[in-house]
Ligand binder design. Structure first.
Ligand SMILES: Nc1ncnc2c1ncn2[C@@H]1O[C@H](COP(=O)(O)OP(=O)(O)OP(=O)(O)O)[C@@H](O)[C@H]1O
Length: 264
């Protein structure tokens, strides 16, 4: 199922426009990185795609076989397709298992329905996938920041979403766990066909894993052709400072700020 943003416009009440006519289509089974400066609207766009915010105009359309705009769907129906992981989660007084089980709610018959064996199996599979099995009985407020982040992502995976939306998912993770998480997300996208969209400030980590990037700039997309490779000029425009390509000792190429000039 693909996802189309059609002339998407959004401003918070009384505020300036955050998104000013976004137009693009995202394909299933792909990892998309959302890049942009602080305040460029990455979280806002993710919340719009999760149905938490409603566009002022334009539409977010879930493609075939559904072919429906998010605004036509109830929150419960949206949650059957889209799972959202916020930038910060307040730890609740639930165990890891019970919290991940919340991810099954949109698929249960009635909000007060009991969990089925299939629900419990799905939770166990997601805990295993995120290496959380040993923490299943631990309360969320006893977890480290990184463990909490993995738990919130496990809850989103338990939703079995078609579209997985993650706001800075590698926050709180050490380098090894960052790479492991990105690898798990790629597996989810490749094996289950899930569309994964994540915001991130680490450009090189994002580019290492993303199939395409969306560059949010001044309420729009900096460029529209997802097949075009990212350039230092793109990054310089996006972040308002010069960028260069640096070759490391093991011949990898990284984008890095060119700090020989003054920053504006
Ligand atoms: N609840 C809100 N009410 C009013 N304005 C808001 C609200 N949330 C965000 N904004 C404003 O909307 C703009 C976009 O914010 P958003 O959080 O989407 O940016 P971002 O790209 O995710 O930033 P960051 O990289 O710092 O997380 C900012 O100018 C911000 O001040």
């Amino acid at each position: 199922m693909d996802l189309t943003l059609r002339q998407l416009r959004f401003a918070y009440r009384g505020g300036r426009p955050v998104l000013n006519g976004l137009d693009t289509t995202l394909a299933d089974g792909q990892l998309t990185a959302l890049l942009g400066v602080n305040g460029s609207g990455k979280s806002t766009l993710l919340k719009l795609m999760a149905g938490i915010l409603t566009p002022n105009s334009g539409a977010i359309v879930l493609g075939a076989p559904l072919e429906q705009s998010l605004s036509q769907l109830s929150p419960r129906r949206i949650a059957q397709y889209c799972a959202y992981v916020a930038q910060n989660t307040q730890p609740a007084t639930l165990t890891v298992f019970d919290y991940v089980l919340l991810g099954r709610l949109p698929h249960q018959h009635g909000w007060s329905a009991r969990a089925s064996v299939a629900d419990l199996n799905q939770v166990e599979a997601c805990l295993n996938q995120m290496d959380l099995t040993d923490l299943a009985g631990t309360h969320l407020n006893q977890l480290s920041g990184g463990q909490l982040q993995m738990t919130v992502i496990a809850r989103a995976l338990a939703q079995q979403p078609v579209i997985l939306l993650l706001d800075e998912p590698t926050n709180n993770l050490d380098p090894k766990h960052q790479v492991q998480l990105m690898d798990k997300l790629r597996t989810v996208s490749r094996e289950q066909g899930t569309m994964v969209i994540f915001s991130m400030h680490d450009i090189n980590l994002a580019l290492q894993w993303a199939d395409r990037v969306m560059l949010l700039h001044q309420g729009g997309l900096l460029r529209h052709d997802p097949t075009q490779l990212l350039t230092t000029a793109d990054l310089s425009t996006l972040f308002g400072m010069p960028y260069q390509m640096v070759e490391t000792r093991n011949h990898q190429h990284w984008f890095w700020p060119a700090l020989n000039g003054s920053l504006k």
